[in-house]
Ligand binder design. Structure first.
Ligand code: NAD
Length: 246
């Protein structure tokens, strides 16, 4: 029998960094060239939809050629081989978890390869460019097609399901996220209240690092496979990870 029965894993941009996708905080990354309020808010979209479409069309093109890295693959291996339940809640809008083979996955910030009609709420897979002259395939309105991503000021997806899983988890792992975007930054507190063991796997201590019972710092492609292997081998051990930081 495994030590932990229900694992929730929160992932962020740092997980996909070594696949070639910049993080939000990269100094020379895509995000540093755009004003967040212009490209990632409903108000920005209302003011200048062409600019928002250009930003996400660019990201869609950039994402087209990336592949999952060793950390994504390790998490898929965990889901496939662990005896307990493993859920990934990702803030990433890329599809690298799916490509790696993860199935128990919640995209709380939406998905880059989906489109949402602002008029009727229709949501569908969308791999082509988006533009202001598109007609919604469902309600036939013109101009309302937008990326199906959760912008700042909007409610993340599937929050009820996430809160339920956090309340029931006995291990919470946060990977490659700075702990600066809410409500995801609060998940560690929800997990602690549920009595779960909490672990941070990140390049460096995040803003909320002190909230975690255990932390390992380094590149995701190195520390995540190691952690997953130890977790898969840990079923006989009550406390598989004795070091707070390695
Ligand atoms: P963030 O950029 O704020 O933080 C990324 C974290 O990852 C940092 O703490 C950094 O130290 C760490 N990191 C960087 N490289 C790493 C590596 N190789 N291994 C391990 N950790 C590494 O990103 P966030 O916390 O996810 O939140 C910002 C928002 O930006 C989210 O809403 C997210 O949706 C969005 N975003 C998504 C993508 C994507 O879909 N791939 C990319 C950029 C930003």
């Amino acid at each position: 029998m495994s030590t932990y029965q229900r694992i929730v894993i929160l992932t962020g941009a740092g997980l996909s960094a070594e696949s070639g996708l910049g993080t939000f905080r990269d100094k020379d990354g895509l995000w540093s060239k755009y004003d967040l309020m212009e490209v990632a808010t409903p108000e920005g979209f209302a003011r200048n939809p062409e600019k928002v479409h250009a930003f996400y069309n660019l990201r869609r093109n950039m994402h087209a050629n990336v592949v999952p890295n060793a950390a994504h693959r390790a998490l898929a291996r965990l889901e496939q081989n662990y005896s307990g339940e493993v859920w990934i809640v990702t803030q990433n809008i890329d599809e690298l978890h799916e490509s790696a083979g993860s199935h128990c996955l919640i995209h709380m910030h939406g998905e880059l390869y989906k489109a949402l009609c602002a008029h009727c709420g229709d949501r569908r897979p969308w791999r082509d460019e988006l533009s202001t002259d598109l007609v919604c395939p469902s309600c036939k309105a013109i101009g309302g097609m937008r990326p199906d991503v959760v912008w700042f000021g909007e409610m993340p997806y599937q929050m009820d399901g996430i809160v339920e899983r956090l309340a029931a988890c006995d291990l919470f792992i946060s990977i490659g996220t700075s702990g600066t975007v809410y409500p995801a930054a609060d998940f560690v507190m929800d997990a602690r209240q549920a009595g779960a063991h909490t672990v941070e796997l990140n390049l460096e201590p995040s803003e909320g690092a002190s909230l975690f019972a255990e932390a390992h710092h380094g590149k995701a492609t190195e520390i995540v496979p190691t952690f997953v292997d130890r977790l898969l081998n840990s079923s006989q051990s009550a406390h598989p990870f004795e070091n707070r930081d390695t």
